[in-house]
Design a protein around this ligand. Structure first.
Ligand code: UD1
Ligand code: CA
Length: 511
């Protein structure tokens, strides 16, 4: 029998999560692998393709509802004003649907909003078994090393169905010895669920309506109540505090990396590599140690990222090398190189074989094919053509304190070291700028722009003004050596520039 599409998935997310001890964030909005806890559960549930996906919210409802409307606009949120227990939460959800005439009649799946490791495959297998066995309810169980705190599955000896679930607080010593626990995930027959919810009481140690009591009610009414154990008990790990959050994050990451490695990605050090759930990697991509890939980052075949990289929403194209870099919203073209110690901010686009080298920061900058910004520069709000070279310590001066302005650098431009390009400004194709220039006016194609003070040497200044200093002594010693060499008939050439060189350099700097 092929499984029937579930009528509804109900996600319970109204609880406070006091043990997270957060003043700002409801429990289910804490994140791992770039997605909220409830986001993971909603995503896994959505892939079951239910007719209705309902999330029960309560604590932090405004934040949670706003988050859900972005994440999955088709999901329905239902408010549980007071957290009177898991059974009450499901009742509120089912009643809300019924009020709108959308009462679920087929299989209703209930999951908790704080179990981010739960997979669609496990949920689908639960639904399959539930429908194939014709159960009134099928609970997903797990055998765990430490069952403390969980509800225990009390099985009927002989036929392997479930007698009841006993909450830890209500359990006897003998029941507490049971290692099979309730994961908090169930598949119900929708109609029978509604009937059972009507019969719940608060007659227990926590004074709450326990969803688990529906199992007893359904069994007593003569229906089949069963449990299926999850293949991997870690999948049902619920997050109650930040220690469990870190543990789940690690497990989730291990799972993600394992899948990528099996798909052909090299991960040199899985223990220090973190890859968000929406990241995409191609076979033969290489991730070196201490690398974090966030958001919608992608790394293409043959590209190498790391060590020590943090990339967010960044596209790394085939064969690119990114080393010791922080990149956000950047595109790194084929065979481009980035790093070390490089910061690429949103809007940076490096074309093929472009380079953003050591101690370079870029923002909203298009760097053309093969162009290089090798050292110690800031490139902001700029377009650089092909084959250009931006000398060390060049600053694109884009901000006048009020507004940002754009700089355009043409093809095959050579910007001299330590240039300030004061935007808005355009450097024409093939133009040069002299080192140390402050460029405030456009430079025509092919021109050499020189914009700096002319050098003046005040000879003998140190001897006069710093007499007796080590500098003055060094200068005096050099003078004595020069005098001796002159006396020995040595030629000048090794001591300074030739007359020809002086002439050439004067020409270059003449305006
Ligand atoms: C519940 C189960 C327990 C199971 C455990 C698995 C019951 C009575 N017990 O216990 O058998 O082993 O989950 O993690 O169901 N919630 C609401 N509204 C409420 C109460 C809870 O939305 O009024 C939500 C919580 O936000 C949470 C989930 O339901 O996502 C589970 O609630 P929680 O209080 O954590 O249940 P446990 O006591 O852990
Ligand atoms: Ca509880």
């Amino acid at each position: 029998m092929s499984p029937v599409r579930p009528a509804a998935v109900v996600v319970l997310a109204a609880g406070e999560g006091t043990r997270m001890k957060s003043a700002t964030t409801p429990k289910v909005l804490h994140t791992l692998a770039g997605r909220s806890l409830v986001g993971h559960v909603v995503e896994a549930s959505r892939r079951l393709d239910p007719q209705e996906l309902v999330v029960v919210v309560g604590h932090g409802r405004d934040q949670v509802t706003a988050h859900l409307s972005e994440l999955d606009p088709a999901a329905v949120t239902v408010v549980q004003e007071q957290q009177n227990g898991t059974g009450h939460a499901v009742r509120v959800a089912v009643d809300a649907l019924a009020e709108q005439g959308r009462e679920p009649s087929g299989t209703v799946v209930v999951v908790c909003g704080d179990t981010p490791l739960l997979t669609t495959a496990t949920l689908a297998a639960l639904v399959d078994t539930h429908q194939a066995e014709g159960n009134a309810v099928t609970v997903l169980s797990a055998v765990v090393p430490d069952p403390t705190g969980y509800g225990r599955i009390v099985r009927v000896i002989g036929d392997n169905t479930v007698q009841q679930i006993v909450e830890h607080k209500d359990a006897s010593e003998a029941q507490r010895a049971i290692a099979e626990i309730n994961s908090g995930v169930y598949a119900f027959d929708g109609k029978l669920l509604r009937e059972a919810l009507g019969g719940l009481t608060t007659d227990n140690s926590q004074g709450e309506e326990y969803l688990t009591d529906t199992l007893t009610l359904l069994r007593e009414a003569g229906h089949r109540v069963a449990a299926v154990a999850a293949g991997d008990h870690r999948e049902i790990l619920g997050i109650n505090d930040r220690v469990q959050l870190a543990e789940a994050r690690r497990l989730f990451n291990e799972r993600t990396l394992e899948a990528w490695m099996r798909a052909g990605v090299t991960v040199v050090d899985p223990a220090t590599t973190w890859v968000d759930v929406d990241v995409t990697l191609e076979p033969d991509a290489v991730l070196l140690p201490n690398t974090q890939l966030h958001g919608r980052t992608s790394v293409a075949a043959g590209a190498e990222v790391g060590p020590n990289c943090t990339l967010r929403d960044t596209r790394v194209e085939a064969g690119a090398l990114v080393n010791n870099a922080t990149c956000e919203g950047a595109v790194i073209g084929p065979k481009a190189t980035v790093g070390p110690y490089t910061y690429l901010r949103p809007g940076t686009v490096l074309a093929a074989r472009a380079k953003a080298g050591g101690f370079v920061e870029m923002k909203n900058a298009q760097v053309g094919e093969g162009s290089k910004v090798p050292h110690l520069s800031y490139v902001g709000d700029a377009t650089i053509g092909e084959g250009a070279n931006i000398g060390a310590a060049t600053i694109f001066v884009n901000y006048d304190g009020v507004a940002k302005h754009h700089t355009t650098v043409g093809d095959h431009v050579r910007v001299g070291s330590d240039s300030m390009l004061v935007a808005p400004v355009t450097i024409g194709d093939g133009a040069y700028t002299a080192a140390g220039s402050v460029i405030t006016e456009d430079v025509p194609h092919g021109a050499m722009a020189v914009a700096r003070g002319r050098q003046r040497n005040i000879t003998g200044w140190v001897t006069r003004r710093r007499a007796g200093s080590p500098a003055a002594e060094a200068a005096a010693a050099a003078e004595r050596r020069t005098a001796q060499q002159g006396a020995a008939g040595d030629v000048q050439e090794t001591a300074g520039p030739t007359a020809g060189q002086v002439e050439a350099s004067n020409k270059e700097t003449d305006q």
